[in-house]
Design a protein around this ligand. Structure first.
Ligand code: HEC
Length: 290
């Protein structure tokens, strides 16, 4: 009964979430930036501080937990044309069915797939190879909208939560992973498109901002950590649960690049660079994003 309720809530819009003050807080978070020229620096900082405070208050009743619960059910359920569970068939790198600590040790190289994969890509691989789901069906709508949260999003959230408070440990001493890291680094520096932007144009130096957002410098461990922390995350803009794969795709869009294919090499390599750069720092689990 309780699970059914949780699932119903997880698929409903954020406005319906039974969290005191949620609607007001969300409305405040959505308030459009002041129209006139650029707001003063102090005002931006005040907005950032306000959000940080709100996030800290939310940490005890993080909406991401609803998706963790759903993801755990999905992980353990016999599903797909082959009627097997991921728990009994999927190896995230630490052995079949092992989820504890797996997220912080991805991306990694999987010899059975012959590829470097981030956690989301690996789970998709297992859904296709072990459970018999069709990749194109999953890739058709891989990310959440306000009316639909794909199973893969809940699964990633569950797996990520099993690495809460663990240190990021992408196995960069594996030559295949190291190569992916280097390619990811090149992708981050690659300038093209109508504005001749690269990732680094917006994320390659300290102190850059766009509108209200302070942009992390992903070339430093602390900056990269900021780009890792809180993903997968419950995003207040739109009120949906989104994954790290989504974040990468959306930044390609900000760059006015064509979006990479879902679960592709390019995204896995970028994530290897981003998460690998934050290696050794602590991951706090699925979070809340503005
Ligand atoms: C035009 C500027 C721009 C470019 C180019 C750009 N981004 Fe972003 N990026 C942003 C903005 C703005 C945000 C914050 C968006 C938000 O929170 O709504 C962001 C957010 C992020 C985050 C999440 C930060 C956090 O606090 O969680 C990561 C990681 C990231 N970008 C990586 C990348 C990568 C990798 C690329 C290259 C593929 C890229 N970005 C290209 C502007 C850009």
């Amino acid at each position: 009964m309780r699970i059914a309720l949780i699932l119903a809530v997880a698929t409903a819009t954020a406005a319906a979430l039974p969290i005191p003050g949620w609607a007001q807080a969300k409305a405040a978070a959505r308030k459009p930036p002041p129209p006139a020229a650029a707001p003063k620096a102090e005002e931006k900082d005040a907005a950032t501080l306000e959000f940080e405070k709100f996030r800290a208050e939310m940490e005890d009743s993080n909406p991401a937990e609803l998706f963790e619960a759903k993801g755990e059910e999905l992980w353990k359920a016999r599903r797909g044309p082959r009627n097997v569970s991921l728990a009994e068939s999927c190896d995230l790198g630490l052995g079949v069915g092992v989820v504890k600590g797996a997220y912080v040790q991805t991306p990694r190289h999987y010899p059975d797939a012959g590829a470097v994969m981030d956690a989301e890509r690996r789970i998709v691989w297992c859904m296709v190879e072990k459970q018999g789901f069709n990749f194109d069906d999953i890739a058709k709508r891989p990310f959440a909208s306000d009316t639909h949260t794909p199973d893969i999003t809940s699964l990633v959230t569950y797996v990520a939560a099993q690495s809460k408070n663990m240190k990021l440990a992408v196995p960069l001493d594996d030559p295949k992973v190291r190569e992916a890291y280097e390619i990811g680094k090149e992708i981050a520096a690659y300038r093209a498109g109508p504005y001749d932007f690269s990732c680094n144009t917006c994320h390659g130096a300290d102190g850059k901002r766009i509108r209200m957002q302070a942009l992390p410098n992903i070339s430093t461990p602390q900056g990269a950590l900021r780009g890792v922390q809180g993903w997968p995350g419950y995003r207040m803009t739109g009120g949906v649960m989104l994954t790290h794969q989504w974040r990468m795709g959306d930044c390609f869009r900000q760059q006015r690049f064509p979006q990479p294919k879902y679960a592709s090499d390019a995204v896995a390599y970028l994530l290897t660079y981003l998460i690998g750069t934050a290696n050794g720092l602590e991951y706090k689990g699925p979070g809340i994003k503005r």
